[in-house]
Design a protein around this ligand. Structure first.
Ligand code: B1M
Length: 221
């Protein structure tokens, strides 16, 4: 792999946004994902190569380290910020259709539930894995999920819940989606859930962390 793409992956892995960013301390004063992405485009790398061989491998390492408790939420947020800064340079290529995403992922926290920290992490990391993410936010009604499912054929749906009182609302969402679109895949996640609950409500997959959701989705296509 080229040196510039390796540097991009390294910046994403360690959350180095740009030259001005003081984080991480041992990379202070060095170029970050921002500068290296611009440099890679100037060197003639395609936006797709920058995404597939720089950004995504960097984010994949973040996902694995987070799963193994080697890094924590603040580090993931820095990596996500580095990733979104780099993506600004690639946006025109996505819009022109030159770079293809793996697919669409519709995600939201279910009705009655306002917790969004975990959902946002999943959202950012799935985007970092090369998927287009449609984030519906928190307290999402069944109707809003259905509208997004109808507007985005072939999307994968992700439901998040943090309360034992709201996780039950997942069942209604899964039921409504599966009644009309039995082939749509629904992934659920959130602290109070488990595999048994997933089977009980007829969802396709339960993941305790963002990486599990990514691995499941990548295996679908
Ligand atoms: Co709330 N809250 N909270 N809260 N809150 C919990 C969840 C609670 C366990 C605290 C406690 O009592 N010990 C408890 C739930 C108890 C229960 O249901 N059994 C609780 C309660 C009771 C409440 C209120 C009812 C409190 C009140 O008002 N009386 C209230 C409810 C509001 C509402 O939603 N309607 C409430 C409110 C809040 C705040 C607004 C203050 C705030 C939320 C801020 C925000 O999200 N913007 C908050 C917080 C921060 C928490 C705790 C402290 C932290 C949650 C969190 O963000 N964790 C939490 C206690 C705790 O967990 N220690 C608590 C970090 C986050 C990275 O982890 O969300 O688990 P998590 O996400 C993980 C995985 O679960 C997974 O990946 C993420 C990254 O690893 N994951 C998925 C999540 N979604 C996924 C989807 C996937 C795949 C993986 O695929 C689609």
């Amino acid at each position: 792999m080229s040196e510039t793409l390796e540097k991009i992956a390294h910046c994403i892995e360690f959350g180095k946004i740009n030259k001005e960013s003081p984080y991480p301390p041992d990379m202070k004063g060095q170029d970050g994902a921002d500068e290296f992405t611009k440099e890679a485009l100037e060197q003639g790398y395609s936006a797709n190569d920058i995404l597939q061989k720089g950004l995504i491998p960097g984010m994949e390492k973040v996902g694995l380290k987070f799963r193994e408790n080697k890094i924590f939420v603040p580090q993931v947020l820095m990596s996500a910020k580095a990733m979104s800064t780099a993506m600004v340079h690639l946006k025109p290529y996505f819009q022109s259709g030159e770079v293809k995403r793996k697919g669409k992922f519709v995600i939201g926290t279910v009705a009655g539930d306002l917790h969004d920290i975990g959902k946002n992490l999943v959202s950012m990391m799935v985007e970092g894995a090369g998927w287009e993410v449609i984030d519906l936010g928190v307290d999402v009604s069944v109707d809003r999920f259905m509208k997004a499912v109808e507007d985005n054929p072939e999307c994968v749906i992700g439901l998040s819940a943090m309360l034992t009182t709201t996780m039950v609302n997942m069942g209604t969402v899964v039921n409504t989606i599966k009644n009309k679109y039995p082939d749509r895949k629904v992934i659920i996640g959130g602290a109070p859930l488990n595999d048994d609950f997933c089977s009980e409500i007829g969802a396709d997959f339960y993941s305790p962390d963002p990486q599990g959701a990514i691995e499941y989705m990548n295996a679908l296509f």
